[in-house]
Every structure is written in C-alpha cells, then in structure tokens.
Design a binder for this molecule. Structure first.
Ligand code: 13P
Length: 238
C-alpha cells in the first residue's frame, strides 16, 4: 500500500493553545508520513501560521458557495485558510444535525469545485448492523452522498461504523474487508479509510486489511503519543 493517509479528526476539542501544543508534537514526527489534521475552524489559521509541514482539513463545509448563510463556512473559505481536505457527512452530523445524504453530496460538490478533497463518511448504526443491513445502508449513503465528479484522484470515502465511534469496539477484520470491497466496487476505486476507535494497538492490523488506504482517528488523535503509535504503525505495513 503506498503511503497510507492518517487523518486526525479533533471534533469540538481544543483551545488555540492546546491545538498548537498537539499540532507541534505531531509536526515534529510527521516527516514523510501522510498526515492530515482536521481541527476546529477557529484554530485552522493559527496552525497554518505556526506549522508549515502539516496538511489541514475542515470538519464540514457549507453546501452554498457564499452569501447570507449565518454561521456557515464555505469550501472556498477553507481552501483560503490553508485546508486541502474536508470531512463531510460524519455520522455525528448525520445523526445530531439530521444531515441527509443529498445535502452531503451538495457539500462534496462545493468541496471538489474549490479544489478540496472531500472525505465522505458512511457507516451503519448498531441497529442496522443487527438487522443485517450494513451493505444496503452503505450503498444508499454512497449513491446519494458521492457526487458524480468524485473519482479515485480527488475524493476519499471513510468507512466509520457508527457503533464503533468512541466506544472502543472495532469491527472484525472480515467485516471491514467486506465493507471496503463493497465500497471499492460501488465507487470505482475511490480510496477507503477506516474510522472508529482506532488506537495505537489496533492501527497496524486495520491498515493490513485489503482496500484500506488509511485511518480516520478521533479521540486518539488528541493524544500525541498515542497518535504517534498510530502513525508509526504505517511502517509495519509498507
Ligand atoms: P474515535 O476514534 O474517537 O472512535 O472517533 C472516530 C471518528 O469519529 C473519526 O471521525
């Protein structure tokens, strides 16, 4: 696997000072690793100014280009702030803000038009898994969230089973492999990363799973030592 991508999703955590401390530690060991940090919007620019060698992403963007949309941030504003990626359709937004796949597709189109790489999240809930609907749910989400212009060179799909996020429970390798195989076929080879309770102990095994090109890391990415273990596990697989 060529240089897997390790993406940190800091969610709604960190003051400016805390962000700088964590990001400096990460930048210190980033080297040739393919790391992207997605901090809260408020600290994007301070991080750009302080650290030249970290790639950055937003955690969301607007479906609108510009104008009267109070509280929203556009894809082109993220680009202007120094981002090259944006996470879209995270299950916390799908669930808590009732974001639908069609809206996520519009956001992803804006991202592509602004030259950002959208990281489009898909994944089933515990209930959907129990009913055996995992692939059906992923299929519906892909069909409605991934814009026509997305291709293996300009987009990423994050497979994040909702029941695995923040729970410490990780799917079996075979379950991740099955979902990844399905996504590869459905999207004609858009790269897939895995997210959900990734830590320093399970990262190397997750990266060995067929069709998994990287990891989307929540909680563990706020701890530079733990995140280093994850980043360093890339060496084990290449
Ligand atoms: P955790 O790594 O904390 O489970 O979060 C995963 C996630 O939601 C990344 O987007």
């Amino acid at each position: 696997m060529p240089n897997p991508i390790i993406i940190a999703n800091w969610k709604m955590n960190c003051t400016r000072a805390e962000s700088l401390e964590i990001a400096r530690a990460i930048a210190g060991y980033a080297g040739n690793h393919n790391i992207v940090v997605c901090p809260p919007f408020t600290v994007l620019f301070p991080l750009v100014q302080a650290l030249k060698n970290l790639k950055l992403g937003g955690q969301d963007c607007s479906a609108h280009e510009k104008g009267a949309h109070t509280g929203e941030i556009s894809a082109s504003q993220l680009k202007d702030a120094g981002c090259s990626y944006v996470i879209l359709g995270h299950s916390e937004r799908r669930r808590n803000l009732n974001e639908q796949s069609e809206l996520i597709r519009e956001k992803a189109t804006r991202a592509l038009n602004s030259g950002l790489i959208p990281i489009i999240c898909v994944g089933e809930t515990a209930e959907e898994k129990k009913l055996g609907h995992t692939l059906e749910i992923i299929g519906e989400q892909l069909l409605s969230s991934v814009p026509a212009g997305a291709n293996p060179g300009n987009a990423i799909i994050a497979y994040e089973p909702v029941w695995s996020i923040g729970t410490g429970v990780v799917p079996k390798d075979a379950e991740v492999a099955q979902a990844a195989e399905f996504i590869v076929r459905a999207t004609k080879n858009i790269p897939i990363i895995y997210g959900g309770s990734v830590n320093g102990d399970n990262a190397a095994d997750l990266l060995k799973i067929k069709n998994i090109s990287g990891l989307l890391v929540g909680g563990a990415s706020l701890n530079p030592k733990e995140f280093w273990k994850i980043v360093n596990s890339v060496n084990v697989t290449v």
